[in-house]
Design a protein around this ligand. Sequence first.
Ligand SMILES: Cc1cc2nc3c(=O)[nH]c(=O)nc-3n(C[C@H](O)[C@H](O)[C@H](O)COP(=O)(O)OP(=O)(O)OC[C@H]3O[C@@H](n4cnc5c(N)ncnc54)[C@H](O)[C@@H]3O)c2cc1C
Length: 336
Amino acid sequence: MKHSNIFVFIETVGKEAHHVSWELIAKAKELSKKLEGSEVWGVLLGDEHEKIIKEAFARGADKVLYVKNSELNEYINYKYKAALVDMVRKYKPEIFLIGATLEGRELAGMVATELETGLTADCTGLDIIPEKEYLAMTRPTFGGNLMATIFCPEHQPQMATVRPGVMKAIEPDYSKTGETIVENYEMPALEKLLEVIERIPIENVSNLQFAPVVVAGGNGVGGPEGFKMLKKLADLLGGEVGASRAAVKKGWIDYEYQVGQTGKTIRPIVYFACGISGAIQHTVGIKESEIIVAINKDEEAPIFKIADIGIVGDLHKIVPALIEYIEKRLKSGVKQ
Ligand SMILES: Cc1cc2nc3c(=O)[nH]c(=O)nc-3n(C[C@H](O)[C@H](O)[C@H](O)COP(=O)(O)OP(=O)(O)OC[C@H]3O[C@@H](n4cnc5c(N)ncnc54)[C@H](O)[C@@H]3O)c2cc1C
């Protein structure tokens, strides 16, 4: 069976691409191997993104659909929707993947309703069902207690948004190239639905999703002071702090740092869970970490079931001891 293509929306942040776009291209590449004759197309909007095109090929895209119009350089939902809907109608992809960022979620809903097709939001797994050859979209539901696998067999494109950090991007290989399809896009006459008056930068933008080490704290940290201690350990290890929802709810740390189902999904090399019980809604966000270190005074805490290294004890004694040990090692010339 000859298949049509997989569209991956390349989200831009200024002149860079959002990392989730590369995660999705890598996943789409895997899926396209199971759909004979299909290709992965990165869909890029705007007219100043030549650099991103090169990276898209390096990250595994077969083609880039470059929808050129200067009005698309910044995200305006109804303009983006118009352009994407027109491109889907013209090129008829079989699957359309979008990152579940704030913008991506809004956009995917608008595009899917206009195209009258199905959309599964916030997927954590994507696969192709071998005989049927349609997309199996898996996402947590009912507060993370149930995983639902959803199909959209009769409408196209089959659309899904995927959370940043869930799929793994491939390392760029700049020797790879591909074909760029340039669409000089003429914006249709649209009623002005939205105007951006000002952009206010978010303070405290964390690097949580890309940090190699995350030192996270929960209820057991006991207050904002405890997070300063965790930050110290994170800084020593070249990492970032994270938090459970319990700590965020208490106002000890910003939501920006929340890890889990309603926070961020991360895959660091080392994850420290300090005073975190290990509720499913938390652990869904960390299960791809390479090494999980749990520090908890309750040896029955569920976090120990998924931890690679478990330390039973008071984090207010253990974390300072770790800091002291690492500082000593660093002073004696050991690299981070
Ligand atoms: C729809 C929904 C979505 C949710 N989304 C998220 C989410 O995105 N992220 C998230 O984290 N949670 C989420 N939750 C909440 C989740 O169910 C848990 O309530 C939460 O993760 C608990 O946080 P915690 O582990 O910090 O606190 P607790 O469960 O209170 O655990 C604190 C732990 O600290 C230990 N401790 C206490 N003092 C010390 C000490 N001095 N030294 C060492 N250990 C100590 C205790 O033994 C305990 O195990 C969600 C819940 C729902 C219903």
